[in-house]
Write a protein that binds this ligand. Structure first.
Ligand code: ATP
Length: 136
């Protein structure tokens, strides 16, 4: 089956929402193939977020992602890439649809970076690249 990289970002881990987020992934029927707690270093984060280098939120994003442990999940299932992004909701937690992880559990903290609880790969190519980085 298709695989994706899901991250419970440091805000999700710090708020004790890892279990709730895993529950939603499993309740949807996706399989947890591998899971680890990672203290992401700058090198990993720069590789993961290479496409955003130079954007105004890039430095705050790297800082935020370095602020505590992240839970990295290798999840599998039919159309899991698209399916998890649908479960996660849109980037901005204020306007993410209720029923989604970001819509139900996220809020705007008035910071330079959206602390939006989760990440999910956005294509098969990204999934392959990101899984290799986080599960090296
Ligand atoms: P989505 O693709 O659903 O928007 P994503 O996590 O893939 O979610 P990206 O566009 O890849 O979002 O951005 C990476 C991360 O950078 C976001 O999840 C968010 O934490 C932060 N971010 C993105 N855009 C902004 C923005 N305009 N202002 C503040 N933070 C942002």
């Amino acid at each position: 089956a298709e695989e994706t990289l899901i991250l419970v970002k440091p805000d999700g881990v710090a708020r004790g929402l890892t279990g709730e987020i895993l529950r939603r992934i499993e309740a949807k029927g996706y399989t947890l193939v591998d899971l680890r707690l990672v203290d992401a270093d700058r090198e990993l984060l720069a590789a993961h977020y290479a496409e955003h280098e130079g954007k105004p939120f890039y430095e705050p994003l790297i800082e935020f992602m370095s602020s505590g442990p992240t839970v990295a999940i290798r999840a599998a299932g039919e159309r899991v890439i698209e399916g998890f992004r649908s479960l996660a909701g849109t980037t901005d937690p204020t306007t993410a649809a209720p029923g989604t992880i970001r819509g139900d559990l996220g809020r705007d903290w008035g910071l330079k970076v959206q602390q939006n609880l989760v990440h999910g790969s956005d294509s098969p190519e990204s999934a392959e690249r990101e899984l290799a980085l986080w599960f090296a």
